[in-house]
Design a protein around this ligand. Structure first.
Ligand code: SF4
Length: 452
């Protein structure tokens, strides 16, 4: 039996993967607790107070410096604890990550953590999906266990210590892993390159409903967001069963993420009847040729996206899109064209994130644009520019004028916050408290991986 301390950098939201990992570790007789660095006055004293055999640091791309620094501080202060790094940095950079941890977890964390504990207890001679600094033999292999076999997620690991997360009425659930596509910029293609074939897996409708019911019985819950990469609307039998049980037993509004190709009138009608309020789809760029050929988002044509949005709006479901600014080969004029494409298509809310090259993906070796100040600017104003042609024009006029860029950026950010508040049906005061506590929304993507 081991005592495991999990450290997360920011407290924007709980990670369903960490909840599932913690439940599994506990089921196997271990003890777990979690500390969010941004919420702790003194992280090291908190660890000292509790003690830990293993200190596991969630290390996501974008947090490289923090991950190295926190790892070094922990090493100095807790020389007897084993230090583990998990998340997108150890998965994609592996030894090149330069994180001074004893062990690097590759991919989904459940199997590697159990393998590591078995190894440390002398029960297994080798590791699975764990790289050790001492060159212990390891096997890197796809994990394809049945998601229904996992114990119910341990949300208490967050909520017992952080009331801001417990009391927020919107909660994230994860009911699948993997994706049918393998887009060249996405971590999924990198994972497939590292692990080999990755099966798309999803929980049964009964299991999903049970998880949501358990949370709603214990904690505030008014809106459910399924943050899967691909909500399986393409599986008609699964979808019909899910919608029926959801309507009968949960009756809460919800949102999903899926591929435009799978959205049609039949699917939209079932989703609407079950209580779906909005669907998130990937647009990435206005440029159809680039999306299909370079980004390898095969078959997602502009007309497929338009058809999906039309179908959703026919049934009163809002369409939200994810877009990328800073893609190799694109400049600021292309990013504005993407905003305009969203506007013309009738997307309710278009969200932009910055292109980050992920190692082991086809686009992983390409360098990022050095137009950093404009990337930040367009990302901030993107949602409003995707709704208003006038705002697009004003944003372009003031491109060379920093004080106005600053003001327009704040207006753009405020617009995005208000739209999100309204989409997730959050009350004004609740939203205000939450956003003051969590810090800036743009940090959110750090938690959006299925590997950490
Ligand atoms: S970008 Fe979306 S559709 Fe493409 S592989 Fe990643 S999760 Fe799948």
């Amino acid at each position: 039996m081991k005592k495991i301390c999990i450290i997360q950098r920011k407290g924007i939201e709980e990670s369903p993967i960490i909840c599932e990992l913690s439940a599994l570790l506990k089921q196997e007789g271990n003890e777990t607790y979690l500390l969010i660095h941004s919420y702790e006055k003194n992280l090291l004293s908190a660890i000292k107070k509790e003690g830990a055999d293993i200190i596991a640091i969630q290390s996501e791309i974008g947090d490289e410096e923090w991950s190295k620094k926190i790892c070094m501080e922990i090493r100095e202060n807790f020389p007897k604890s084993k230090i583990v790094s998990f998340g997108s940095i150890p998965t994609f950079y592996q030894e090149k990550s330069e994180i001074p941890a004893d062990f690097l977890v590759v991919g989904e964390p459940e199997v590697p953590f159990l393998s590591l504990i078995n190894f440390l207890e002398g029960k297994e001679p080798e590791l699975i999906n764990v790289i050790s600094k001492d060159s212990i033999p390891t096997k890197i292999q796809p994990t394809d266990f049945d998601l229904d076999s996992l114990p119910m997620p341990d949300r208490e690991i967050y909520y017992s210590r952080y009331k801001v997360l417990r009391d927020f009425p919107v909660k994230r659930f994860l009911m699948s892993r993997g994706c049918v596509l393998s887009c060249s910029f996405c971590y999924i293609s990198g994972l497939k390159n590292i692990m080999g074939k990755i099966k798309v897996r999803f929980k049964s409708p009964e299991r999903v409903v049970k998880e949501v019911l358990q949370v709603s019985e214990k904690y505030p819950l008014r809106f459910v967001h399924f943050s899967d990469d691909l909500f399986p609307v393409w599986n008609r039998t699964w979808l019909e069963k899910f919608c029926k049980i959801w309507k009968d037993e949960i009756k809460l509004p919800f949102s999903i993420v899926t591929l435009s190709n799978f959205l049609n009138d039949k699917v939209s009608s079932s989703l609407k009847e079950a209580g779906c309020k909005f669907v998130i789809i990937g647009v990435e760029t206005y440029n159809e040729k680039k999306r299909i050929e370079e980004l390898e988002k095969t078959s997602v044509t502009n007309s497929i996206i338009e058809g999906a949005v039309n179908s959703l709006s026919k049934f009163g479901i809002k369409a939200v899109s994810i877009n990328i600014v800073g893609l190799p080969g694109e400049d600021i004029h292309d990013w504005f064209k993407t905003a305009e494409f969203n506007r013309k298509t009738g997307i309710s809310l278009a969200i932009a994130s910055e292109f980050v090259p992920i190692p082991k993906t086809p686009l992983g070796s390409l360098s990022v644009s050095n137009d950093k100040s404009n990337i930040d600017y367009v990302r901030n104003i993107f949602s409003l520019a995707s709704r208003s042609k006038l705002f697009q024009k004003i944003s372009l006029i003031f491109l060379g004028f920093e004080p106005m860029k600053f003001i327009l950026s704040r207006i753009g950010e405020a617009y995005l916050m208000l739209k999100l508040k309204s989409l997730y049906e959050v009350r004004f005061l609740e939203g205000l408290i939450y956003f003051i506590r969590i810090g800036r929304w743009k940090d959110r993507r750090a938690n959006l991986h299925q590997i950490g």
